[in-house]
Design a protein around this ligand. Structure first.
Ligand SMILES: [Zn+2]
Length: 173
């Protein structure tokens, strides 16, 4: 049975209901935490990225990090074998149904500046979806690893192993 790894990020329409969604009690993160997250955006070599690299090394595959010459600069990629992995922070990339941010079908929006954050997450998700599409158009298989998946390293390792096996299927190099 062919294993097809789905690109979980889809852009969709701007969720008009998001601004009317029931507010969670209290803020998702404190103002201090949020400014730390903001500073971390764009930072390389996050602990999540390092953990994913370690898992991939354990699986025994080679790859490069950074990859600024590829669409969306995937965090991890192998050009020859045409696969790439984006490691996404759940908060910033607006992960849906996320156990970490406790989001439901919509990304969890912080209590203050809800409009700003809803638009921001919408933009970010659209950009992620575009990056994914552009990589696919270049013939790459693409996986997205969410920060929250690192709470189950065994499960993530299995998922990555299946993804790599699928990406390299039928190629002999
Ligand atoms: Zn998540």
């Amino acid at each position: 049975m062919e294993y097809r790894y789905p690109c979980v990020v889809t852009a969709g329409r701007m969720p008009s209901k998001v601004l009317r969604a029931p507010s969670p009690k209290g803020d998702l993160v404190s103002a201090e935490t949020r400014s730390r997250i903001m500073r971390a955006v764009g930072q390389r070599d996050t602990s999540a990225e390092i953990a994913v690299r370690r898992l991939l090394h354990g699986i025994g595959v080679r790859f490069r990090v950074g990859n600024r010459d590829l669409p969306g600069s995937p965090d991890i990629a192998n050009r020859t074998r045409r696969w790439a992995v984006f490691v996404n922070g759940c908060f910033w990339h607006g992960h849906k149904n996320c156990p970490k941010t406790k989001s439901k079908q919509r990304p969890r929006v912080p209590e203050s500046n809800r409009i700003y954050w809803a638009l921001k997450f919408f933009d970010n998700r659209q950009r992620d979806a575009r990056k994914c599409r552009e990589m696919r158009m270049r013939g790459f298989e693409v996986a997205i690893v969410w920060d929250c998946e690192l709470s189950d390293l065994e499960g993530l390792r299995d998922r990555l192993r299946r993804f790599i096996a699928h990406a390299m299927g039928g190629r002999s190099d």
